[in-house]
Design a binder for this molecule. Structure first.
Ligand SMILES: [Fe+2]
Length: 305
C-alpha cells in the first residue's frame, strides 16, 4: 500500500470520514484502507504515553494476565522504551503463527474487520491516545490494539480462534443482524473480556481488560461481578456493558476449549437462539456454572447493549 504522507498539523490526525449514530452512541467511522505505520511521525509525547501505559499495565498484570499473554509480549520484543514498529513485530509473529499486523486509521466496519481476520491480518490503529486520555479512551487506539490484542496471536490456538471468528463473521453477516449480534457477544465475552482458569488461579486474557488499569483490578478482585464458566450459547444470548465494567465475566478452562466450542457451524445455533430471549448482563441462570456470584454492588440499573 502507498505510504500516505502526513505533513504539518495532520501528523497525528487519523482520517475520520463520518460519524454514525448507532445504538452504541456516536461511532466514528474511519477511512478503511491499510496504511503504513507512520513511525517516524510519532513524537516524544506519543512514546511517553506508550511507556507510561506499558510500565503500569505490565506491573499490574504479572500474576493477573495469563502466562501465555505475558510470555508472548516478551517474545515479540515489546518493551516500554518506544512504540513498537509493526514491521518488527511482524517478523516474529508471521513466523510463529502466520498472522501479520496491518496499520489502520481506527475502528473498521464489521465486514472489513472480519475479512482481515479471515486472512490472518490483524488491524492495529496506528495512533496512540493523548496523555490526558491515559486512564480512559472511548475507542480503540494503538495501545489497546497492540498491547492488548496482538500478544495472544502468538498462541497457535488463539490465532486459529481469531481467524475462525473472522470467517464466522463473514457468514453471520450474510445470515442477518441477529446472527451478527450473537457472534459479537461471543467476541465481547472472550476476545475482549475473557478470563481463563490457569493452574494457579483465575487469569485475564481479554484485551479490553489487559489494556485497562481499572478493569484489570476489578475483574479479579471485586466482589461485584459474576464469574461464570464458559457456555457458548449462553454467552451468545447475553447482553453486555460498553459504558461500565462488565457485570459478568465468562471463564474458559483453556484456549483449546474455545476452539472446540466454536468449531461447529453456527448456522443452526443462530436459528435456535433467535427464538430465545436475550439475557441481561448481570443475570445468573439456574444452569450456569457459577464460579462466583457477584454482589451486584455499584451496578447501573439499565444500559445493557
Ligand atoms: Fe478490542
Amino acid at each position: 500500500m502507498p505510504h500516505r504522507r502526513r505533513l504539518g498539523p495532520m501528523n497525528s490526525t487519523p482520517r475520520r470520514v463520518e460519524n454514525l449514530h448507532t445504538d452504541k452512541g456516536k461511532v466514528p467511522v474511519y477511512a478503511t484502507g491499510v496504511v503504513e505505520q507512520p513511525w517516524d511521525d510519532y513524537r516524544p509525547a506519543d512514546h511517553g504515553v506508550w511507556r507510561q501505559l506499558y510500565e503500569r499495565q505490565r506491573a499490574l498484570l504479572v500474576g493477573r494476565a495469563c502466562d501465555e499473554f505475558l510470555q508472548a509480549q516478551d517474545a515479540m520484543g515489546m518493551t516500554p522504551d518506544r512504540i513498537p514498529k509493526f514491521a518488527d513485530i511482524n517478523r516474529v509473529l508471521e513466523r510463529a503463527t502466520g498472522w501479520t499486523l496491518i496499520g489502520v486509521e481506527g475502528l473498521l466496519p464489521e465486514l472489513d474487520f472480519f475479512d482481515h481476520l479471515a486472512r490472518r491480518r490483524f488491524p492495529v490503529t496506528w495512533w496512540i491516545r493523548r496523555p490526558d486520555q491515559v486512564d480512559y479512551i472511548e475507542e480503540p487506539d494503538l495501545f489497546h490494539d497492540l498491547f492488548g490484542h496482538v500478544p495472544l496471536l502468538m498462541n497457535p490456538l488463539f490465532a486459529d480462534y481469531m481467524q475462525a471468528y473472522g470467517r464466522g463473521g463473514l457468514k453471520a453477516h450474510a445470515i442477518g443482524p441477529e446472527a451478527l449480534q450473537q457472534l459479537t457477544r461471543l467476541y465481547w465475552y472472550t476476545v475482549e473480556f475473557g478470563l481463563i482458569r490457569q493452574h494457579d488461579g483465575l487469569r485475564i486474557y481479554g484485551s479490553g481488560i489487559v489494556s485497562s488499569k481499572g478493569e484489570s483490578l476489578y475483574c479479579l478482585d471485586s466482589p461485584a461481578p459474576n464469574r461464570i464458566g464458559f457456555d457458548l450459547e449462553r454467552i451468545m444470548r447475553t447482553r453486555y456493558r460498553i459504558d461500565t465494567y462488565q457485570k459478568t465475566y465468562f471463564v474458559i478452562d483453556s484456549f483449546a476449549q474455545l476452539m472446540d466450542a466454536t468449531g461447529p457451524d453456527f448456522t443452526p445455533i443462530y436459528a435456535r437462539l433467535a427464538a430465545q430471549p436475550a439475557i441481561a448482563a448481570g443475570a445468573v441462570l439456574p444452569g450456569d456454572r457459577v464460579l462466583q456470584r457477584g454482589s451486584g454492588e455499584g451496578w447501573a440499573a439499565d444500559g445493557d447493549v
